[in-house]
Design a protein around this ligand. Structure first.
Ligand SMILES: [Fe+2]
Length: 276
């Protein structure tokens, strides 16, 4: 079998995988290990013109790890990403994905990775942007690395939702607050030994720091981590499959019209590593 090759998509995050088709993703015994290693090394893997269908996406994703069941259709492993409430009951919450975030920050263990396949793309907007949280840490000065070692950040669902809905109704607020806050260290020392910065729209404030100072501090770090030269912006084509490592990559969707036909099918791999 021809060896798989990769081409860099940006200096710090993402590669395109050349030489894999659906058949190979499902049958090549070396594929899962190769993909997981490439994901750890590069943060984002892009497969162009794959045109994977739901059964194949579920089968391939299952080779990489254990799948969350977030969908409602024939394949509960598939979550349909769309702003159309007829296709996804949680469509309104997806506006929260327009801000930089890491998925699952209010859970005990964030998800490991997600796979997103493009079934219909937006006429304008709707790109997905990625930035390396490892590079964000590596880029800190020695002094900052020392000062940030013990910083702990409170994450709430409310903080993320407020960015896109700053004036919620009492019902919305009550619903947001049903999800308990979660405290994570700012610096994640992974089992691998690598370190990353845990920055996300869910970051409400730093423990022991007031809200305004927290916002300024976290906001500045986010601006540095997601400076344009550190970002890979993926412009979707129908048939694309993208995998990203949720543990070491920040992501966000670029806004698109609420009546857009954009439709992504997502599978999600459970994580097994708490943030510490
Ligand atoms: Fe997300």
């Amino acid at each position: 079998m021809t060896p798989l090759t990769t081409e860099k998509l940006s200096p710090t995050v993402g590669v395109q995988v050349i030489g894999a088709d659906c058949e190979r993703l499902l049958s090549d015994a070396t594929m899962p290990g190769w993909c997981l290693d490439a994901l750890e090394a590069n943060g984002v893997l892009l497969f162009r013109d794959l045109h994977i269908d739901d059964p194949a996406q579920v089968a391939f994703s299952s080779r990489l790890g254990r799948l969350e069941m977030l969908g409602h259709g024939e394949h509960p492993e598939i979550f349909v990403v769309t702003l159309d409430p007829a296709k996804n009951r949680a469509a309104a919450y997806l506006r929260g994905t327009f801000d930089w975030h890491i998925d699952g920050m209010t859970e005990d263990i964030p998800i490991m990775a997600s796979l997103l396949s493009a079934r219909a793309v937006a006429e304008t907007g709707g790109e997905t942007e990625f930035a390396s949280a490892y590079a964000a840490y590596d880029d800190l000065s020695g002094d900052e690395k020392e000062r940030f070692a013990d910083v702990r950040v409170v994450h709430t669902f409310e903080a993320a939702q407020r960015l896109s809905n700053p004036d919620p109704s009492p019902d919305e607020l009550a619903m947001w607050r049903r999800r308990a806050p979660k405290v994570h260290p700012l610096v994640w020392t992974h089992v691998s030994g690598r370190r990353s910065l845990v920055l996300s729209a869910t970051a409400s404030h730093v423990e022991g720091m007031d809200l305004e100072a927290s916002r300024a501090f976290l906001g500045e770090l986010l601006i540095r981590a997601t400076a344009p030269e550190r970002v890979y912006r993926h412009t979707w084509q129908v048939g694309d499959l993208v995998i990203w490592d949720n543990r070491g990559v920040l992501h966000r969707a670029c806004p698109y019209r609420a009546d857009s036909s954009r439709e992504m099918h997502r599978t999600t791999l459970y994580g097994d590593e708490p943030i510490r």
